[in-house]
Design a protein around this ligand. Sequence first.
Ligand code: SOE
Length: 396
Amino acid sequence: MAKTIRIGMIGCGFMGRAHSNAYHRVNQFFEVAYQPVLKLVAARSRDKAEVFASRWGWERVETDWRKLVESPEVDAIDICSPNNTHHEIAMAAALAGKMILCEKPLAMNLAQAREMTRAVEQSGKANMVWFNYRRVPAISLAKQLIDEGRLGRVFHYRATYLQDWTISAKIPVGGAATWRLDKEVAGAGVSGDLLTHNIDTALWLNGPIASVCGMTEIFIKERQRPDGTPTKVELDDVCTLMARFRNGSNGTFEATRYARGRKNKNSFEVNGERGSIYFDLEDMHQLQYFSHDDASHVQGWRTILVTSTEHPYMSNWWVPGCIIGYEHTFVHALADFLNCLENGERARPDFRDALETQAVAEAVLESARQQRWVSPAFSSEVVGATPDQPGSVAGP
Ligand code: SOE
C-alpha cells in the first residue's frame, strides 16, 4: 500500500485546477511510492473554496492560509496563489517544517527568492517549483538528445514565448484573471512570467547563462483597474534579450503578449555542430531533429512523434501514436517529485534552480534599465554551495 502525502493547497485558480488534476491522476498512471491525499484547500472566499473543493475532491477548506500551513493534518504545502503571496507562505511553510511545491515564478524578485531558498534548505524538506514545461515529453527528449551528445558543441540557443491576450487596451490591470499585469501582485511583467519558462528550459538544456543584454517595452502605457480607475502600466509587455551561455554558445530570447495570433508559442531551437533540434509548444507532441551524421543524400529535418514507449513518460500513458497534452506535464512533475521523495533526491527544478532563473530574469531587467550587459548571480554565489544529492531533502 502506498505511503500517503497530505497536501494543503493555497489558491483555486488556473493552477489550482492543474495541480488538483495531477494529484488525482498520478497514482492511476505512475508507479510511485506515495499517494497524495487532497486534505485542505485555501482561498480567501469560502464560497469559492467550497465549490472548488467539492468539484476537485478536497476534504476541507480554509480561508486563512496560515491555518493551513500550520495544520498538523498536512505534510506538503502547494502554493498556487498569485506571485505576491509566494514569499510569505513559503517562509511560513519552511518554518513549520513542511515540504513545499511552489508555482512559478518562485518570487516577486531575487531578494525574496534568495530568502526562500535559504529557508527551505535550512528546513531540509523537499521542495519543487512547477516549471512544468521540462516535463513535456518532447522537451525531455530534447534534453536526452543533448545529453547523448547528438548535437555536439552548441553554437546557438534561440527561444521565444509568444502570446497575444493583452493586446486590447480594455484588458484591466488587476483582478482574478489579469493580476499578471499588476506590479504589486506580479512583481515583473512578461519577464517574470513567460520568459521564466524559457529561462528554466534553457538552463536545463544548455547550462548556466553568464551574461545578458535585454530590452523591454510597455506598449499600452495606461489601462484601467477592474473598477474603472485609470492606472499607469508599470510592467514589461515584451522582453527581448541576447545571452552568453557559460558553454560558449550564444542565445536570443523573446517573450511577449503582443504577438497577434500566437496563443502559447513556447518554442526553442538549438543548433550544434552535429545537429539541431526545434520544439514548439503549439505542436507539443513533436520534436524536430536534424542530424548532420546522416548520409548527406538523406539529410533533412525529421519530425519525431513523441508518443512511443521509449519516449520520456510515454510508457505510462496510451499506445504509441496517441498524444497527450498540457495537463499531463503537471502529472509528470508530480510523479518526479514523489519519486525523488522516495529516493531522497532533489526534485528538479527546486527552489535553488528557480533562484537561478530568477537571477537571470532580474539581470535582464537590470540590463534593460541600464542599457548594458549584466551578469546574473549564480545560485551558489547567492546562497552558498549546492547541497549534495541524493539524500539532501527529507519527506513527511
Ligand atoms: C500566462 O498567460 C500563462 O498563463 C502563464 O502564466 C503560464 O505559466 C503559462 O504556462 C501559460 O500562460
